[in-house]
Write a protein that binds this ligand. Structure first.
Ligand SMILES: Nc1nc(=O)c2c([nH]1)NC[C@@H]1CN(c3ccc(C(=O)N[C@@H](CCC(=O)O)C(=O)O)cc3)C=[N+]21
Length: 282
C-alpha cells in the first residue's frame, strides 16, 4: 500500500487563484491590499521566505513593501517603524519575519503590531480570539494544515488528532483549530511518555517538532492522515520533514511531502489573511 500524496503546492495555487477575484473586486472599489514585510539582519533562510512572500503578493496584485533593517537596529527604532506601519493606510498586513536577533524583544515587537493588521496571527489578541472562537486572523501554518486536511474529504468530527509539538506558532494553535472541527485532540511534546503509542492512535497525525525524520512508519496508524510541518535542512542541503517519508508512505492513507506540502500553504494563507484584512478596512 502506498499513501495518497497531498499536493500542497497545487492546493496553495488553487487558494491563491480563489483570492484573485477578491483582489479584483477590491480594485473596483479603488482598494489594493498591502503587506509590509519587516526583515532584520541577514539570515539566508529568512531571505528566501521573504522573497517567496513578495513574489506571491506580486502574482496576486497585492502591494508589498519590504523593510530590510540591519541586525544592529535598536529596539525603539524597530518599534517606531511598526507604529508607522500601523498608521499607514496602504498597509493592511504587517509581518515581522522571525526569529529576530537576540537583543530584540520578540514578544514586545509582536504586541506593538495593530491586531487589525496582524496577518501572522501572533498577537496575544489574535491568539485569544482564536482560543474563544471569535473571528480574527488564524496563524498561517496551522490554517494551511486545516486546508490540506479538508482536501481529503474526511470529517475530523470525533477523530483522534495528535499534534506533536507545542510551539505558539504551530502546535498550540493547531490543536485549537482541530478542536474547533470537533477532533479529539492530544498534544505531544518532548516529555511525552510512549510517544510512538500515542501517535499510533492518531487518525490525523501532525508533526511539528523540528527533528528530521523522527516520525517513522511504525508510529503511524494504517490509513492515517499524516501532515508534516517539519522543515529541516540536512548537511547535504536536502530539505526533509519531521516524518520519515518512505516508511510513513507505506502505512499512511494520506501524507504531505516536504517540500511541496505545508510550506506553500503558509504563504497562501498569508495572502488570504492580507486580502481579508483589506476587505475589512472600509
Ligand atoms: N513572522 C513570520 N511569519 C512566518 O510565516 C514565518 C516566519 N516569521 N519565519 C520563518 C517561517 C518559515 N516560513 C515558511 C514559509 C514558506 C515555506 C515554503 O514555501 N517552503 C517550500 C520550500 C522552500 C525551500 O526550498 O526552502 C516548501 O515547503 O515547499 C517555508 C517556510 C514562514 N515563516
Amino acid at each position: 500500500m502506498s499513501a495518497f500524496i497531498i499536493d500542497g503546492k497545487s492546493i496553495a495555487k488553487r487558494i491563491k487563484e480563489e483570492l484573485r477575484p477578491k483582489v479584483l473586486g477590491l480594485a473596483e472599489q479603488g482598494k489594493q491590499p498591502g503587506l509590509a514585510v519587516v526583515i532584520v539582519g541577514d539570515n539566508s533562510a529568512s531571505r528566501v521566505y521573504v522573497n517567496m512572500k513578495k513574489k506571491a503578493c506580486s502574482e496576486l496584485g497585492i502591494y508589498s513593501e519590504e523593510h530590510a533593517l540591519p541586525a544592529t537596529i535598536r529596539q525603539d527604532q524597530l518599534l517606531d517603524l511598526i507604529r508607522d506601519l500601523n498608521r499607514n493606510p496602504r498597509i493592511h498586513g504587517i509581518l515581522v519575519q522571525l526569529p529576530l536577533p537576540d537583543h530584540l524583544d520578540e514578544q514586545l515587537v509582536i504586541e506593538t503590531i495593530d491586531p487589525a493588521k496582524d496577518v501572522d496571527g501572533f498577537h496575544p489578541m489574535s491568539v485569544g480570539k482564536l482560543m474563544i472562537g471569535l473571528p480574527g486572523f488564524p496563524p498561517c501554518t496551522p490554517a494551511g494544515v486545516m486546508e490540506l486536511i479538508k482536501t481529503t474529504g474526511i470529517s475530523l468530527s470525533g477523530k483522534e488528532c495528535v499534534v506533536i509539538g507545542r510551539s505558539n506558532i504551530v502546535g498550540k494553535p493547531q490543536a485549537i483549530l482541530l478542536l474547533r472541527e470537533n477532533g479529539t485532540v492530544t498534544i505531544c511534546h518532548s516529555k511525552t511518555e510512549n510517544l510512538a503509542e500515542v501517535c499510533r492512535r492518531a487518525d490525523v497525525l501532525i508533526a511539528a517538532v523540528g527533528r528530521p525524520e523522527m516520525i517513522t512508519g511504525e508510529m503511524i496508524k494504517p490509513g492515517a492522515i499524516v501532515i508534516d510541518v517539519g522543515m529541516n535542512r540536512k548537511p547535504d542541503g536536502k530539505l526533509v520533514g519531521d516524518v520519515h517519508f518512505e516508511s510513513a508512505c507505506s502505512v499512511a492513507g494520506w501524507i504531505t511531502p516536504v517540500p511541496g506540502g505545508v510550506g506553500p500553504m503558509t504563504i497562501a494563507m498569508l495572502m488570504k489573511n492580507t486580502v481579508q484584512s483589506a476587505n475589512e478596512r472600509a
